[in-house]
Structure formats: structure tokens, C-alpha cells
Design a protein around this ligand. Sequence first.
Ligand code: SAH
Length: 221
Amino acid sequence: MMVRRDPAGLGMTSQRARDRMVDTLRAGGIQNPRVLDVMRNLPRHLFVDEGLEVRAYENSPLPIGQGQTISQPYIVARMTELVLAANPKKVLEIGTGSGYQAAVLSQLVPQVFSVERIGSLLRNARRHFRSLGIENIRTRHDDGRRGWPEEAPFDAILMTAAGEYIDPLLAEQLAPGGVLIAPVGPQGGEQKLVRLTRDADGLHESVLEAVSFVPLLGGVL
Ligand code: SAH
């Protein structure tokens, strides 16, 4: 029988490429073994555009059409690690994009909700979820700046597009003990990853590392 050792045209098995990607993540400071395990097994090359599969396991963002990008593996790992600290049962993502970040979360959290404003991207993402047999992600085609109030509260919220501030209506959808992770910064300017946590005294903000995300935009396409 013929075995396709290199289905993605990576020049090596995609498993080998993912092992190398995980080595890079670990060297970059990602420690959570559950996150590393999921990323070692999830085929990122299925989430990138045709022709870019050969670059799927580089530690870089890649175009997914409509001027958008699939986030860099490091930032997916980092945000997932930060989200898992809240031991979440229910997570909301704003900016489904390719669906890769949501797919990573789906292996670690019982329920994932994800909102995307660009219909064609969302259709592709749903197709990827189906082809991988992922059934615990619910998606919504909408402007996600105000979250998903009907499903709130969430134990964790992550934004994968950068706004100039965190909308208070979004922060309100955070459950007690919950965590919100978002890139914040002016359009075209410097962005910082911000973490909001909610406890009995209210919301607490901490500023983490410098990041570079596509902008959070209004309206639906
Ligand atoms: N998490 C994605 C990253 C995609 S890039 C991945 O793993 O591939 C960020 C995405 O946010 C883009 O697809 C963009 O269309 C989307 N986006 C930007 N503003 C938005 C908004 N207001 N509501 C929902 N999605 C938004």
C-alpha cells in the first residue's frame, strides 16, 4: 500500500514539522504541556491557504485572504496558556479567522464560542472544524466587539484582533474568576497584550508583552 508521507508538501512529514514547531514554542517560553501537546497534534496546514501549506509550521502569521492572517503559533500558544489559567469551561473568541485558535481551544475547553465579521472566512473555518470532527465550537457571523451577550458569562474571553480599548460591555460578560486577554493599541501603532481578571473586588488589568495583530473593525462582511 502507498503511504503518503508528505501530504502537505512540507518536505518532511507534517508530524515532524509540528514537532519542530513545538520545540520552537518551548524555546520561546511556552511551558503548558497540554497546550504543547494539542499544537503537536493539530494540523495547522489545513487552516492556511492552498500553496502556503509548506510554511504552515513556521513560527509566523500567514495570510488567509480578506487582508486577514492566521496568528503566529507562538501567540496562539501564549494566549491559550493565559486563558487556561482560569480553568475555563466556556470560552469566547472574537475573531475566528482561519479557525485555528478556536480549534486549539476546542481540545482543551468544553465549550468554545467564536465570532467573526467576515462571512467567507467563517465558512472556511466551519469547514475545517467539520473535517476534523470538532463539535464543541459554536460560531456566529457578527461584529464581535460587544461579545455574545446571549451566551454570557464566559470564564475566558480572548480577542484576536486589536482594538484601541476594551469595550466595557465585553468585560461585563466575564464570569467571576474569569480572564480576558486582548491586544490593545492604536491602529497602526504599538500594541500590548492586556489581561483583565474579574474577582470579588471587580476588574484588574495587567499589561503583558508587545504584540502585533490585525485591527478590530466594525460591521459585517
Ligand atoms: N484567531 C484567528 C486570527 C484571525 S485574525 C486565527 O486563529 O486564525 C483576526 C480576525 O478577527 C480576522 O479574521 C478579522 O476579520 C476578525 N475581526 C476583526 N474585527 C472583528 C470584529 N469586530 N468582530 C469579529 N471579528 C473581527
